[in-house]
Design a binder for this molecule. Structure first.
Ligand SMILES: Nc1nc2c([nH]c(=O)n2[C@H]2C[C@H](O)[C@@H](COP(=O)(O)OP(=O)(O)OP(=O)(O)O)O2)c(=O)[nH]1
Length: 122
């Protein structure tokens, strides 16, 4: 089982989301697959640097990993920005969401438990 790490970057009470297009698309947490020899935190830092040109500090897990498929599980962590502004490099769209704008039905299915936990914490 391989882990996909998702990163809930929070700034001033808003969370950064990325849009994944397609028939099964929706909002997701920026991130990606953990590579061999890497910790989940290291993967989170690398992916956010690659995708958004952002330096982050990884915080607490937002709950246990959730199944995506028979090969992958999603694990989402909180993070704060250490340096930079998010740059749109790979995603169709980026958006900062306030808690009252977060509608889990607009998110990829595996992300929804993490969105719920995030709402409890924001
Ligand atoms: N990055 C990310 N992926 C997610 C989330 N939720 C979710 O189901 N996924 C799925 C979508 C992808 O099928 C899978 C891995 O994401 P990825 O970003 O590394 O993979 P990808 O398909 O874009 O890239 P690649 O492996 O083809 O190079 O995880 C999420 O919140 N963030």
């Amino acid at each position: 089982m391989q882990i996909v790490v998702g990163v809930a970057v929070v700034r001033d009470g808003l969370v950064l989301a990325a849009y994944r297009p397609g028939p099964d698309g929706g909002w997701e947490f920026p991130g990606g697959k953990v590579e061999p020899g890497e910790t989940e935190e290291q993967a989170a830092v690398r992916e956010i640097r690659e995708e958004l040109d952002l330096e982050i500090k990884v915080g607490a897990s937002l709950g246990p990993p959730v199944g995506i498929s028979d090969r992958y599980r999603l694990h989402v962590y909180l993070a704060s920005i250490v340096a930079g502004e998010p740059v749109l490099r790979e995603h169709a769209e980026l958006r900062w969401f306030a808690p009252d704008e977060l509608d889990e039905s607009e998110w990829l299915v595996p992300d929804r438990p993490f969105v719920r936990e995030l709402l409890r914490q924001l």
